[in-house]
Design a protein around this ligand. Structure first.
Ligand SMILES: [Zn+2]
Length: 432
């Protein structure tokens, strides 16, 4: 397989980039209680309205801190138009290097840059041929939208973002290529397109106070810029404008790599936000289409004191978890209605037990020296000085299971059937 396995994951809310709509739950919140009390209050109102037209998506490709490293655009020599936020513009040929100091932009290219552009707050770069750029992960990619370089207000440091603005339908092929293996079937790609379109529509619906909607990593959903693979384009065009709805509401199209055979509900996996308590996000029924996934079941050995310190790093001093020591065992103390372990009891070297949600453990484990656990649905105990964990699934387990969707497509199921299985009672609406 050409792509590393780690690229295939729909983790949401597990890194520093957190969608404001999607409150990461912490260990002190009981998701079940919260969702019930909130559901009573908002029964008659629409939580997330269905969009009426196709949004322009703003994807943050890069966040630059400091003024040492310039960013290079259009290394391939493409013609670029550069415009500032007052409408002043000029044309040049790549490569163009851009960075920023206290006074403004420093632009180097084959033309003399008009002086007044230097002091602008933002720059818009456009090119008929797409703009080549090497992103944060050192991948060189081509972007077809308008690339905005936008200064971030900060008294201490020079900071700016590189944000692509493009139509949602142009954005989606680059998500399919980033999220799925290219050989996965067309019906799976189409189901993923509907999920990804619904997910980004949620991000676009709540854009107050933020200058971008999604990032290009699995913290939102992976996105690799322009792609040539005809399958991704077919999957997007055959589902054009189709989004997940429930009554008059948009359903956030959460997805993850492998559910481990038992679904999470979005409330327990993502957070107790009212938008997560819609019926289609309460988990799919029986049937483990993903049982052949590499991480359907897995084993991992971790250092119990490193895991304890990863947890302490995330929780405040007031939290009961701030005193957790070398972890000796993890036990599942609550399963959800589908049989997925959602609440854990951790026993430490002092003999004390600490309870937390599986979702919280997955999030906190991101600080482990060798990286996060594949999921928080784990149990295990110490043998010969290390904590031996058995876990299931990869990612949060809510909504569509990517490996399961691929297997369903292989078995001849349509994208309608895949969506029906993973988002029970959702309707597919063609919004544009
Ligand atoms: Zn699954």
């Amino acid at each position: 397989m050409g792509r590393s396995f780690s690229a295939i994951v729909g983790f949401i809310c597990c890194t520093s980039v957190i969608l404001p709509l999607v409150a990461c739950q912490d260990e002190d919140v009981s998701p079940r209680q919260s969702s019930e009390s909130v559901a009573v209050e908002i029964k008659s109102s629409i939580r997330l309205p269905i969009p009426e037209e196709a949004p322009v998506v703003r994807v943050r490709l890069m966040h630059v801190v400091g003024n040492l490293e310039p960013v290079v655009f259009a290394k391939d020599g493409a013609s670029l138009r550069i415009e500032d936020d007052h409408g002043n513009n000029f044309n040049c040929k790549g490569p163009v290097t851009i960075h920023r100091d206290q006074d403004g932009w420093l632009i180097r290219c084959d033309q003399k840059v008009p002086d007044h552009i230097h002091a602008s707050n933002s720059l818009n770069l456009s090119s008929a041929d797409g703009i080549e750029m090497t992103d944060d992960s050192n991948e060189t990619r081509r972007y077809g939208g308008i690339i905005q370089c936008l200064a971030v207000p900060d008294d201490q440091k020079i900071r700016w973002d590189v944000i692509e603005h493009l139509s949602i339908e142009d954005y989606l092929p680059g998500v399919l290529a980033g999220e799925l293996y290219a050989h996965w079937g067309k019906q799976c790609q189409a189901a993923q397109a509907i999920a990804a379109r619904s997910f980004v529509s949620m991000s676009c619906a709540e854009r107050t106070g933020r200058r971008w909607d999604v990032v290009d990593t699995p913290a939102s959903q992976a996105y690799v810029g322009q792609v040539v693979d005809p399958l991704t384009h077919q999957a997007v065009s055959m589902t054009k404008g189709m989004i997940l709805t429930w009554g008059k509401e948009l359903v956030p199209g959460y997805f993850s790599s492998c559910c481990g055979g038992r679904a999470a509900t979005a409330t327990e996996a993502i957070g107790p936000n009212p938008i997560n308590s819609v019926k289609p996000l309460n988990g799919h029924g029986k049937g483990a289409y993903c049982q052949d996934a590499p991480l359907y079941e897995w084993e991992r050995t971790v250092d119990g004191s490193e895991l304890a310190s990863a947890i302490r790093e995330h929780v405040g001093k007031e939290s009961a978890l701030s005193g957790i020591q070398d972890i000796r065992s993890i036990r599942i103390v609550e399963n959800n209605q589908h049989g997925r372990g959602v609440r854990l009891s951790l026993k430490d070297s002092s003999g004390r037990t600490h309870e937390m949600t599986a979702a919280a453990l997955a999030q906190y484990s991101g600080a482990l020296p060798k990286g996060a656990l594949y999921s928080g649905w784990v149990e295990g105990q110490t043998k010969s000085g290390s904590l031996h964990l058995s876990g299931r699934g990869y990612g949060h387990g809510a909504g569509l299971c990517q490996y399961g969707a691929a297997a369903m497509a292989d078995q001849g199921k349509s994208f309608w059937q895949i969506i029906e299985f993973y988002y029970p009672q959702a309707e597919i609406k063609k919004a544009w």
